[in-house]
Design a protein around this ligand. Structure first.
Ligand code: NAD
Length: 254
């Protein structure tokens, strides 16, 4: 029975895995048996993260590229599949925040967040699905957010991107499920990473998050590992187009 969660022999690319939630996803599925490829913007960041996992005895290597650059993604995926292994699993995880109220939001901030948090999943997802489809198997996991259905002030760009990512997850499912590709989302609540430092370091916002979350605490990146292994493994072979909230119950309290 436990074999259905086994990731031995599987190879996964995790985007934006140099730190934070992506690093936790990579470490978690590597602990579950997978070989992981760490993506981030710079070789230095991706190499350092992969080296950290290798020191823990895990199978990790690095592939730096910008997830919004289609040509770079295509080159990197071709190189990984030639030099390492065909990809069985993709985590579209890279993301950014550019906070501003809607009336003050520069167009550049809007476009940067939509590109990085939404269009990148189309770019990298399409690149890898083209290879998964003839192989008749694949797992794609998109990092959504509690804000995909609950916008907050000053993150309209982010909420719109993550809401779009939920629909992209379902659209990928509708087109690719027949090729035995499962596409699902993980929607974290408020998790302690560098991205959320402006919130966790602000006493008022920190207190609001702790009080509104039914679990009465911030999420830790490790809280996502169970969901990551489930959606990467054979245990989820008939789960498709679903978004799994890992949020301490916050979805029902906001
Ligand atoms: N932290 C949270 O509370 C939280 C909650 C819900 C969803 N998320 C989502 O989880 C994902 C990871 O968030 P995090 O908190 O770990 O953020 P983070 O800022 O700590 O890490 C994001 C990583 O992505 C990389 N990255 C950014 N743009 C990139 C690009 N164009 N190409 C390649 N890599 C790029 C960054 O260099 C960084 O290493 C994001 O999609 C975020 O929206 C985070």
């Amino acid at each position: 029975m436990s074999g259905m969660f086994d990731l031995s022999g599987k190879t996964a690319l995790v985007t934006g895995a140099g730190r934070g939630l992506g690093f936790a996803f990579a470490r978690g599925i590597a602990m579950g048996g997978a070989r992981v490829i760490i993506n981030d913007l710079t070789a230095e960041v991706a190499d350092t993260a992969a080296e950290t996992l290798r020191k823990e005895g895990l199978d990790a290597s690095a592939a730096a590229f910008n997830v919004i650059d289609a040509a770079a993604a295509e080159d990197a995926v071709a190189r990984i599949e030639k030099d390492v292994s065909p990809l069985d699993i993709l985590f579209n995880n890279a993301g950014i925040h550019r906070r501003a109220s809607l009336v003050d939001m520069p167009e550049e901030s809007w476009r940067a967040v939509i590109d990085t948090n939404l269009t990148s999943a189309f770019i990298v997802g399409r690149t890898i699905a083209r290879r998964m489809i003839p192989r008749g198997a694949g797992k794609i996991i998109n990092t959504c957010s509690i804000n995909c259905e609950r916008p907050r002030p000053e993150i309209a760009n982010y909420s719109a991107a993550k809401g779009g990512l939920v629909l992209l997850t379902r659209a990928m499912c509708v087109e690719w499920a027949k090729y035995n590709i499962q596409v699902n989302g993980i929607a974290p609540g408020y998790m302690l990473t560098e991205m959320t430092l402006p919130l966790s370091q602000d006493p008022e916002r920190n207190a609001w998050i702790e009080s509104i979350t039914p679990a009465k605490r911030w999420g830790k990146p490790e809280d996502l590992i169970g969901a990551a292994i489930f959606l990467s493994s054979g245990a989820s072979n008939f789960v498709n187009g679903h978004v799994l909230f890992v949020d301490g119950g916050m979805r029902y309290a906001l």
